[in-house]
Each structure stands twice: as structure tokens, then as C-alpha cells.
Design a protein around this ligand. Structure first.
Ligand SMILES: [Zn+2]
Length: 417
């Protein structure tokens, strides 16, 4: 699909604008579509976007000729202006997407999903084309609040949501056909008033982990080297993300195996499957945790540091994923001299489609001299592997046994377990 960003003029901008009005991220327009009758592009100078003042018509970016309009009547709603840019960014923030102001595939998908309201369509389980959207998330949250096990309220109507719907229907004396039609929705709504929330989906996730106790024997960690095959990831100064993260992945795998855990890469060195496929493979092997390994690069040579991402958005997050991400950050930062760019919730496909707590680590910027020098050193990668192992260990220790950051000696803990 075509990417839309500030300065673009395109009929699909008007559609995006309408969607953001519908979602409450833009006011119901004082800006009328009959602006085309006005004085042309200059009419945009009357933009009421806060803090922008008169907004001169932005030029099309170089190399993008033919995309913009050349003459003819101008519909102001076709213009991607700073007001829309602000709305896109606010929306991206609220959905846990990367905040870049660009309407690309992820943001477009999130818009489509956010527009769905429970009752808009007949929901049911489809293996080949699962229903995805806020209506599914709302359904899952309601079922979950009533104690039906939907797993994580991820907005995807999967097998577990299907069995929760059927359980609910059976429980209420309805035909357990798995169809969320008017009768089932009415029953949900009726009962909802009598039930208070409590995030049981999050509790359930925590309980599963606690049930394992501090023993790590047999625990399965899925390792996802960010790139592979022809996909090099980012590269700079003779270093490339694919090779650095492949090396880190094999170090991590060796450390996990040596400590009595099971570790599986979700793909081989000669391929780079899409995120959904990586998640599906981690689900298939029944992993207890997933660690995805990346490095970053930026146009700014100053950008540096380590960030970790876990599944989450404005309505909630994976509690265990969040804790694991925080531990990963602490253990890496304490063992290296990398800048702490902290842990953040995201709704990326890999994080969202994995059924176990999952994190993606961006281990510094290859575009930064300091970070690149660190990444190039084998001592650094060994220290990161050790930090990841310690973070995994700490995730399973009860709080009173949790040692201070950077001090866990893994073999001792494994021996005790
Ligand atoms: Zn990457």
C-alpha cells in the first residue's frame, strides 16, 4: 500500500481524516469538503491546528513527484496537514505503535481494528481468516471478566476465544454454536452489569509462571534472531545486524542449555520469516518465553542505547512481559555501559501473536560510534547473553529470593533448583 505522511495530497488522506474523526482523534471538522470552492491551496493557511499558525502549503518531498496534485481543484481534506499529523501520532501512541506520523500498513491495520465495535458484525472462529479488531478485544475482556479463559485479550478471535464463547453459551443455556450473534451479545451485556473487572487474563498469565516455581528445568525459551538469509537488518561500518544477532542468539542458546533450560531458535540462519510466522512457531513449540534480538540504526549519530519492548497498549499489557522487559533492561544496562532507553509497550505482530510473555530487545544503535564498538566486541555480546539468562532466572524467582541486579550467578541458582 501507499505510505501517507505530512505534506502528501491524495484522496485516501480524506478517508484517513474521516477515520480519525470517527475515532475521536480529530474534531468533527470545521474544515469542509467544499473548501474546493475556496481560493485553492492557500485556503489551508487558515488551518486551526493548535500551535501551527498559518501553515504554508508544504512541498511534496523530493522524488515523490507525480504523487501530489498538479493543478486542478483542490479538496482541502486530501491534504495531509499538521493537524492530521498530530492526530496520527496521538493515535499511534495510544495503540502502542511506533510514533512516526506515517500511515503505513501497521497504522492502517490499527485504524481498521479500532473502528470495530462489538455488535458491528457477527463474530465467530475462522481458522483461515480470523476476526481481528477492538470488537473482538471487547468480547474477550467481557468474557475474561466473567472468568472465562480467553487467554490474553489480544483482539484476535482464535481457538481459545471460540471455546470461551461456547463455554459461556453453555453456561447461560444458549446453543453453544460459537456465534456471537444478538442473543449471545445481549446475554453478555446483561451479565456484565453484575461483574466487576480485575484483569483475570493478566492474573492467569502470572499464575502459570508462578506455578512453575523457581525451577527452570524444562522451561522452554524461544529465541528469535531478528534477521537472516538475504535480510541483513541494519548495517554500518562493516557490521550487520543479522550476523551480530545470530552470534548473540547462539551464545544465549548455549547459556540457556547449560543451565538446564530448553532453547529453540524460531528460524534458521538462512531465512527471515514474517513476524506472524515467528510468533506461530514459538506458539507451536509451546515456549514459555520469547526473546527477539535486534539492533537499531538512526539518521542521528547521537541516538544510542538499549530498549526492550513487550506487548501492551492503552487498555492493558502483558504483566509478565512488562516485568521481563524491565529485568532485561536492568540486567543488560548493569553489565555493560549502554544507555538505558527503558522498556516500552508495543502492539507489534510478534509481541501480540505470541501466547507466552515475549520481548523484543533493540540492543543499541549501529549508527552510533559507542554502541557499534560495543556490539563489535565478543565480551559485550557474552555479557548480554549472561544478562538475558539472569533476567530469565529472576522472572521465576519469588520476590524475596530475587537478588540485586547484576549479581545473580546463574549456575548457583540452577543448582539449587
Ligand atoms: Zn532488526
Amino acid at each position: 500500500m501507499k505510505l501517507l505522511r505530512l505534506g502528501d495530497r491524495d484522496p485516501s488522506v480524506a478517508e484517513a481524516r474521516a477515520a480519525f474523526i470517527h475515532l475521536g482523534f480529530l474534531p468533527v471538522a470545521p474544515r469542509q469538503t467544499d473548501a474546493a470552492d475556496g481560493p485553492g491551496p492557500g485556503a489551508l493557511g487558515t488551518s486551526t491546528a493548535p500551535g501551527t499558525g498559518p501553515d504554508p502549503f508544504p512541498a511534496s518531498p523530493a522524488g515523490d513527484a507525480g504523487n501530489g496534485g498538479n493543478g486542478g481543484p483542490v479538496d482541502a481534506t486530501d491534504q495531509f496537514d499538521s493537524e492530521l499529523d498530530n492526530a496520527v501520532r496521538a493515535f499511534q501512541q495510544s495503540r502502542g505503535l511506533s510514533v512516526d506520523g506515517i500511515i503505513g500498513p501497521d497504522t492502517f491495520r490499527a485504524i481498521e481494528e479500532a473502528r470495530r465495535r462489538l455488535g458491528d458484525r457477527l463474530l465467530h472462529y475462522s481458522v483461515t481468516h480470523p476476526f481481528v479488531g477492538d470488537d473482538v478485544a471487547a468480547l474477550q475482556e467481557r468474557l475474561s471478566n466473567m472468568g472465562f479463559d480467553v487467554g490474553r485479550a489480544d483482539g484476535i478471535f482464535g481457538a481459545r476465544t471460540d471455546s470461551a464463547v461456547r463455554d459461556f453459551q453453555r453456561n447461560r443455556g444458549l446453543d453453544p454454536d460459537g456465534l456471537c450473534g444478538p442473543r449471545t451479545l445481549r446475554e453478555l451485556k446483561r451479565l456484565e452489569r453484575t461483574v466487576t473487572g480485575g484483569r483475570p487474563d493478566v492474573l492467569r498469565e502470572s499464575m502459570r509462571l508462578l506455578a512453575r516455581g523457581p525451577s527452570l528445568l524444562g522451561m522452554v525459551v524461544a529465541i528469535d534472531p531478528g534477521h537472516g538469509g538475504d535480510d541483513l537488518g541494519v548495517s554500518s561500518g562493516g557490521l550487520c545486524e543479522r550476523d551480530l544477532m545470530a552470534d548473540l542468539a547462539s551464545r544465549l542458546e548455549a547459556r540457556l542449555l547449560a543451565s538446564g533450560l530448553e532453547a529453540y531458535p524460531v528460524h534458521g540462519p538462512h531465512e527471515s520469516p514474517p513476524e506472524a510466522e515467528r510468533a506461530a512457531r514459538a506458539n507451536e513449540i509451546g515456549a514459555d518465553l520469547l526473546v527477539s534480538l535486534h539492533v537499531d540504526a538512526s539518521g542521528s549519530a547521537q541516538a544510542q542505547g538499549v530498549s526492550t519492548y513487550y506487548y501492551g497498549h492503552a487498555r492493558g499489557s502483558s504483566a509478565v512481559g512488562e516485568r521481563f522487559a524491565a529485568l532485561v533492561q536492568r540486567e543488560i544496562v548493569s553489565r555493560t555501559d549502554m544507555v538505558d532507553c527503558r522498556a516500552h509497550p508495543k502492539t507489534w505482530e510478534l509481541l501480540r501473536r505470541t501466547r507466552m510473555p515475549a520481548v523484543q530487545i533493540d540492543l543499541g544503535y549501529l549508527s552510533n560510534t559507542h554502541d557499534a564498538a560495543a556490539l563489535a566486541s565478543t565480551e559485550f555480546r557474552a555479557a548480554v547473553a549472561e544478562g538475558l539468562l539472569a533476567a530469565t532466572q529472576r522472572l521465576f524467582l519469588p520476590p524475596e529470593q530475587d537478588p540485586p541486579t547484576g549479581q545473580l550467578r546463574v549456575p548457583r541458582i540452577a543448582a539449587r533448583a
